[in-house]
Ligand binder design. Structure first.
Ligand code: SF4
Ligand code: SF4
Length: 150
């Protein structure tokens, strides 16, 4: 199919996109990354980055999506799982900006370690709450469990 901008074969593009997705899933599996976000974006402001001295983000990235080249931090977007580990470690506020979409459609955006750690805390609290709720579904069961252990 030809598009306005030239010879664009949409079927070819879709096929390439699905190949990339499978490639990405295989790569992530081999790295043992289980929890990741499918949709998101990452931007690095190389103008304020202090990478010559720092490069912490490259060290902490679990998928090797970041690398040093041409005198700056670069990102391989296909490998980024929007985990925010790089934002948490960055020494310059607003240098790395990560936006991601949760499966329920919620959008989250981070550009400072404080924002990323607040969200991690909130996520962990919700996970703990859910775990307790599964094991002790009623207030009575909760009180019985914890009054017994004292
Ligand atoms: S952690 Fe931040 S300041 Fe350090 S290299 Fe990465 S982007 Fe640059
Ligand atoms: S958000 Fe940062 S640390 Fe996480 S995968 Fe992407 S580049 Fe790596």
């Amino acid at each position: 199919m030809a598009g306005k901008g030239g010879d664009v074969d949409i079927f070819q593009l879709l096929e390439e996109a699905s190949e990339k997705k499978t490639e990405r899933e295989q790569l992530l599996q081999s790295l043992d990354v289980k929890e990741f976000f499918e949709e998101g974006s990452i931007k690095i402001d190389t103008g304020i980055c202090d990478g010559v001295e720092c490069r912490l983000c490259i060290q902490v990235c679990p998928t090797n999506a970041l690398y040093w080249g041409d005198g700056k931090v670069n990102v391989v977007e296909e490998l980024c799982v929007f985990c925010t580990a790089c934002v948490l470690s960055c020494i310059v506020d607003d240098c790395i900006r990560v936006r991601r979409k949760r499966p329920n459609g919620g959008i989250e955006a981070f550009s400072t370690p404080q924002q990323a750690s607040n969200l991690l805390r909130k996520t962990n609290c919700l996970k703990r709450f859910e775990m307790v709720r599964r094991r002790l579904p009623t207030a009575e069961a909760y009180l019985e469990r914890y009054s017994d252990s004292r």
